[in-house]
Structures are given as structure tokens and as C-alpha cells.
Design a protein around this ligand. Structure first.
Ligand SMILES: [Ca+2]
Length: 516
């Protein structure tokens, strides 16, 4: 289904018509629920949304050109540039293109409009290190054994019934990652920002390292930054801006060689520190859908501004049209900082709020602008997708658990329906009133999504939660008791997957556990 946008809509990307159109398209599966939250979300545009579920093609629903800039023509170049943008801790609705009316992300939204938005995109884990390890290796967590950040026995021992599986905090050198494959194929490679998987990303296929190290966050976004190997040019210089300064320097050096840029800024992870000149605006802005943290909002807007600088340089140098861009976040928004509504909970939880991500891909002339897909994808899929886009063979002997969704992007095909899995044989403290309990964000377990059904299994007491995400995206009604047939079906799928991947299931009782 397609609709040609009016000239006024294209020229004014912030137009009410356009933003309402997108919001309608994004949330077509949950109109009643969203109507209850904010009737404006489902305002009648006269546009009927068609989404295609798990088996069909993504449909191009409107066409629009880039409303802001035009590009110079680049010189001859055989391989596309690859830009993977992985924001830290950005929630599913922390951007305008996912409907937020509190945060302001005009540059990101403009990019999203130039490509295909995915409404069912997932991180493979609910916090940073495992999510990034999965993305970089293209493998489920049991294969690299990075299940969480730091130790797996976080939280008070007396609350932990099981002794969790030991966590791996450094990615094994013998597990080849996407940067190494691309470098071998002739790409110049750069990481800008957070690495988190070993001490030095330059031993893992990155030619250029801008601030990447084992640390998961800076001590401060203002000098002295601490934790990260970057020095400020002046006393109040924001780390996010500095990383982009150096990223632009990298872009200016690449010339005709294809590049792989992994842009993974530390923002918008804690510490939450405002960009001062933006603060008053958000302090005076009404809350939207639970989003009201002005300091966090300034960090999001500043990040968006930096991404705008990058896009502008790519266009000025003629590289934009030769670049496949994928945008995502590594895990859900932090519950006490932002809200992912109608998704339940946030970072660290295996409810949707912890793992469903804002995501889009754009590639001039290859991906139809204004397109949208509800096909479930995961960051495991990026490895094979990027290789396919670059025309590079998969490394021999390497297990890749994801699928290339390049045919979806180009409109030439689809991907086969498959279940998605999460495995977290660990404890993560810091629960809230939307997590399983208020002590832990997660307890040891596994999860699987198959079709619209999602099963979560907790190992402590063999508890199961079964949700139908089509009708219950907020995971409020546990159907494990009322739908034993579906429960059985998903348990078999999950058991088989754990066997295939050698996923450890902790069963040893913690002697310090006190049953409350
Ligand atoms: Ca993160």
C-alpha cells in the first residue's frame, strides 16, 4: 500500500500530518491500548495501515525524499560504506520517530523517514555487554557466555535461590567478529565510543579507536571524563561532542576506501548530566507518556545534534548515498529515567521494555524511503546483513545465529519465520514495580518469542509466563495456566534451543538463600 505525500508534508518534516501518519503506522497492532494512553496517537489520517505479520513482505507505505539536504555524487566505489549506530540505553520510545512527544530528535527522525523503520526489533540481551557481544559475534549468548555486565551474582545473596552461571566479561579472541571480517575484506574500520568487550578494540579488527575500552560508561560526560581514554580540549567540553568531532575527522580520512563505522556513543547511558543550554526548554515541557526527565532529554537532543553533524558531512562529501545506515539501541530505556510504555519494565528486564529497540535502516536508492516493517529482527541479524550488503562471504566455520534481512530492506524478499531467544542464567538487582519482583530486574531464566507468543521461564521455581504480544504488548496477562497447549509448544522450542546452543541452566541451591 502506498501513499504519495503532499509537497507541504515533505518540505515540513515536523508537520503534524506526517508525525501522526508515522505514529499510526507504528502502532497499528495496538490501537485500543494506545488510544487509552493518548488519543492523539491514533488520530484519523485516512491512512489504512497494512502490516504483514511474520510471514509476509514489508510494504512500502509512503514515499518521500530527504526533506533537508541533497547529496553530491561520490566517485566510483564498489562496496557500500557501512554505518552501524548503536545508542546506549535508548528506550523504544525515546525518539520522535517512535512517537515521543517529549524528546526531540529531528535529525534521527529525518534519517528514519529516509529508510525502513522496524517496529519489532530486538536486542539479544537486556543490558549492554551481552547485547554488544551478540551483535559483534552474530551469536546467541550461550556461545560467547557473556550474559550480563560484571558478575552474575548481583544483588543480596540471601535473595538468590540459585548459584548463577559464571559470567564471561571478555570476548574470546577466537570468536571472529564483524569488524575483523570487514577489515579482511578491505574495509577501513572505526569504533567511535563504547566497546565494553575487552581492553582494546584495535585487537579486534578496528583500525581506529575513538574512546573505546572495557568500561561501560564514563565517570563523567564533562572533564575529567575518567574511565575512557579521551582527553577534553577544554574545561567544559562534552564527551558526546568530542567523540563526534573525532568521528568526523575519521570520515574525512577515508577517501575512496569503503568504511565500516561503528558509532556507539556512551550517551545516553548514566551518568545523567544535562546539556545546560537545553535544560530550561525541557523543564517547561509537559510530561508525555511517563517521559519527563529534563536532564536526560537534553542528552538525547544533544546526541541527535551530533548525529546530524555526521549526516551533514556524509552528504557534503558525497558519501551518504553510498552508505547503508542501521540505527538501534543496545537495550531498553532505564526504568527510573525514562518510560517505554506501553512496553513493560526497562533495561535489565526480559519484558519487552528491556529488549525491544527503536530501529531503522536507510540506504539511498536501495531501501524505499518511508517504509516500515513489523517483521521481528534482532541485532544478531546485523552481522549477516552487513556482509550481504557488502557482498562478502560468511567466514568459513563461523556459526551465525541471525539471518540477513537485506531482502526485506531492498523489497526483494523476506526472511524465514524463526523464533527469537534470550538466555540469562544470572541475577540482576534493581527491580521496580514493573519487573517480576521489586528486588531483581531479572532472575535466572530464558525467554522465547515465536510468532506473537512469548514465553519466559524462570529457573528458581520453574515458573512460566506466557503472553500474546499481539493483544497484550504490555505483558499484563499471563496465559501460562489458561493456554497449556501454547505453553507446551513454546517450552519444546525453548528446550531444543538450549540443547542446541549448550545453554547452561543453573540448578545448584545457594546455601545463603533465605526463603522469605
Ligand atoms: Ca546499554
Amino acid at each position: 500500500m502506498s501513499r504519495k505525500l503532499a509537497k507541504s508534508e515533505i518540505e515540513n518534516p515536523q508537520s503534524e500530518i506526517l508525525s501522526t501518519l508515522y505514529v499510526n503506522l507504528l502502532f497499528s497492532k495496538q490501537p485500543a491500548y494506545l488510544n487509552k494512553i493518548n488519543p492523539k496517537l491514533m488520530g484519523n489520517t485516512g491512512i489504512r495501515t497494512i502490516t504483514t505479520g511474520l510471514t509476509g513482505l514489508s510494504l512500502v507505505i509512503c514515499t518521500c525524499s530527504d526533506p533537508v539536504n541533497s547529496s553530491k555524487k561520490a566517485g566510483p566505489q564498489k562496496s557500500p560504506n557501512l554505518l552501524l549506530i548503536n545508542i546506549d540505553d535508548m528506550g523504544w520510545r525515546d525518539v520522535g520517530f517512535m512517537g515521543s512527544e517529549y524528546y526531540e530528535t529531528p535529525n534521527i527522525d529525518s534519517l528514519a523517514r529516509q529508510g525502513m523503520i522496524f517496529t519489532n526489533a530486538y536486542a539479544t540481551a537486556a543490558n549492554s555487554a551481552p547485547s554488544r557481544a551478540c551483535m559483534m559475534t552474530g551469536q546467541w549468548t550461550p556461545r560467547h557466555r557473556i550474559y550480563t555486565v560484571d558478575n552474575s551474582d548481583r544483588g543480596k545473596s540471601r535473595y538468590r535461590k540459585l548459584i548463577p552461571t559464571t559470567n564471561n566479561t571478555t570476548l574470546s579472541d577466537d570468536n571472529i567478529i564483524i569488524a575483523e571480517v570487514l577489515k579482511s575484506a578491505g574495509y577501513i574500520t572505526c569504533i567511535a565510543g563504547k566497546w565494553h568487550l575487552s581492553e582494546n578494540p584495535q585487537t579486534r579488527g578496528f583500525d581506529v579507536n575513538i574512546g573505546g575500552c572495557h568500561a561501560g560508561s564514563p565517570g563523567s560526560y564533562y572533564p575529567p571524563y575518567t574511565n575512557v581514554p579521551l582527553s577534553a580540549p577544554s574545561g567544559d567540553y562534552c564527551l558526546t561532542n568530542l567523540i563526534m568531532d573525532k568521528t568526523l575527522d575519521f570520515i574525512r580520512t577515508v577517501k575512496d576506501k569503503p568504511f565500516f563505522l561503528y558509532y556507539a556513543p556512551y550517551a545516553v547511558h548514566t551518568p545523567i548530566q544535562p546539556v545546560k543550554h537545553l535544560l530550561t526548554k525541557y523543564q517547561n515541557k509537559p510530561e508525555w507518556n511517563g517521559q519527563n526527565n529534563a536532564e536526560y532529554a537534553t542528552m538525547i537532543e544533544n546526541l541527535d545534534t551530533q548525529i546530524g553533524r555526521l549526516v551533514r558531512l556524509l552528504k557534503e562529501t558525497g558519501l551518504f548515498d553510498k552508505t547503508l545506515i542501521i540505527f538501534t539501541s543496545d537495550n531498553g530505556g532505564v526504568f527510573n529515567i525514562t518510560k517505554n510504555r506501553p512496553l513493560r519494565a526497562g533495561k535489565g528486564s526480559y519484558y519487552e521494555g528491556g529488549i525491544r529497540e527503536p530501529m531503522f535502516a536507510c540506504w539511498s536508492g536501495k531501501i524505499a524511503p518511508g517504509s516500515i516493517s513489523d517483521i521481528p529482527v534482532t541485532n544478531l541479524d546485523f552481522f549477516p546483513t552487513l556482509l550481504d550488503a557488502a557482498g562478502i562471504d560468511r567466514p568459513s566455520g563461523k556459526i551465525l545465529d541471525g539471518q540477513s534481512f537485506l531482502p526485506v530492506l531492498t523489497g526483494k524478499g523476506t526472511i524465514s519465520e524463526r523464533p527469537l531467544f534470550w538466555h540469562f542464567p544470572v541475577y540482576l538487582e534493581g527491580g521496580n514495580n514493573e519487573t517480576q519482583d521489586t528486588i531483581f530486574r531479572t532472575r535466572p531464566g530464558s525467554a522465547v518469542r515465536s510468532g506473537y507468543w512469548k514465553l519466559i521461564e524462570y529457573f528458581e521455581d520453574e515458573d512460566f509466563e506466557l503472553y500474546n504480544l499481539e493483544d497484550d504488548i504490555g505483558e499484563k496477562t499471563n496465559q501460562a495456566s489458561s493456554n497449556p497447549k501454547k505453553l507446551h509448544e513454546l517450552r519444546i522450542i525453548l528446550d531444543q534451543w538450549r540443547q542446541q546452543t549448550g545453554a547452561p541452566v543453573p540448578d545448584q541451591i545457594n546455601p545463603e538463600f533465605q526463603d522469605l
